[in-house]
Design a protein around this ligand. Sequence first.
Ligand SMILES: NC(=O)c1ccc[n+]([C@@H]2O[C@H](COP(=O)([O-])OP(=O)(O)OC[C@H]3O[C@@H](n4cnc5c(N)ncnc54)[C@H](O)[C@@H]3O)[C@@H](O)[C@H]2O)c1
Length: 458
Amino acid sequence: MDKTRRSFIGKGVGMSMALGFPALVRGKNLNGKVQVAAVGVNGMGFSDFSNIASHEKVQHVALCDVDLDRFDKAAEKAPTAKKFQDFREMFAQMGDQIDAVSVSTPDHMHALVAIEAMKRGKHVYCQKPLAHTVWEARQMRLWAEKTGVVTQMGNQIHSALEYRLGTRLIQDGAIGKVIEVHSWISVSGNERTRLLAPPKSGPVPKNLAWDLWLGCAPEREFAPEAYHPFVWRDWQDFGGGGLGDFGCHVLDPVFTALKLKAPLSVVADNSGINEHVWPVNETVRWTFPGSDLTAGKTLNVTWTDGGLKPARKLAKMPPELDLPGGGSIFIGEKGNMVLAHVAAPRLYPADKFTGFSYPDVGKKPIHWHRWVDAILGGEKTTDGFDYAGWLAETVQLGNVATRMATRPADSRGGHNIDPAHGATLLGWDAANMKFPNHPEAEKLLTKIYRKGWEVPAA
Ligand SMILES: NC(=O)c1ccc[n+]([C@@H]2O[C@H](COP(=O)([O-])OP(=O)(O)OC[C@H]3O[C@@H](n4cnc5c(N)ncnc54)[C@H](O)[C@@H]3O)[C@@H](O)[C@H]2O)c1
């Protein structure tokens, strides 16, 4: 390894922090490529690996996956990268050679891997939903702030022209001040396994280090086709249901356009839930403080998933059109905007916007490359944890509210988010991370970590 480079990296962020420089100065001075480690290299991890590897200034030096059978595609493209099953071993052996880490594991391990990377001064690209709990989302933001590393959440559509145009239209006042927002996704929180409790265990495949896959989650036995790969999403111990899966995508342009941070309150109901799985569908409503972009002193953002959509008539679309499978309706004082997940924004009622001149939002940047460019001293990422942390907290707050709505998981019940009729409205004191009117719900802000796998507080 190049001696100058090694001595520079050896000083790393510790030096830049001590001198008060932002960490991205470090990237500018790298005399070679940004040396990246990928944690979770199949599924979305392969997309992250490939998109990061396609930057000419990147070299992958380490690949980590708990499943030996899932290395092949990435290993073929990065034959010199060293392979690991345990990310802790990877940091122990190669810490001084890694500049940046991409985290594409299941959700329950995001915060632990990302924070262990940030603690060591590594820049981090972390898949959505960034974290598994409200507390973890807060720690992600605080660790990024403390270490000054370059961060980006992996909700890549943040950089898509469709979303950039949608957020620009809201900020330019195309529909006037915003009265309310309705966001939805067709995906259900319990559609992969349709199980309601852990199934009978089965032998762990030789290629899989099950204990490492479990990581910080409570002990449970492996069962084929119940958790790994992909279907872990249905389980509260590993995923976040429909909202956890898509909230950081669909709500991202709502957050960017309206410059949202912490809500004032959240309330939810769902089709039925127990302590194991997420509901088939849910309705969540956050109330945010108003701003110069909103019509009222507060703004309601309502989320539905699992096949529930807002009333079509809210959008004022032409009769031949229907709402897309996912997206948001922004209802404004001068019109409405439907921003599909993912398609160009549409302004309604159509006759009001005939001949409307859409602004130019430039070329499509590559989300993954924006992170690498920022490491190399380029423009700051717009989806860093300083922004994404708030979005992730809000998504996880929705999941706390969902878990407070205790209809039995097999009831497929109706929805009631009206606090006047019994729904639990959680007032949110963001500064202190408290629900002053429902302290008993505060235990759901975090989770119990398996011994030895605790996420360090910032
Ligand atoms: N941005 C997007 O559009 C998008 C799309 C799909 C998934 N995702 C996100 O990507 C992440 C992965 O989802 P997926 O669908 O690819 O899941 P998956 O289960 O298919 O793949 C996860 C990969 O990580 C590996 N892995 C699991 N635990 C690990 C650990 N502790 N250390 C190292 N490797 C580990 C698995 O073996 C597997 O190869 C999730 O956070 C998910 O929310 C994002």
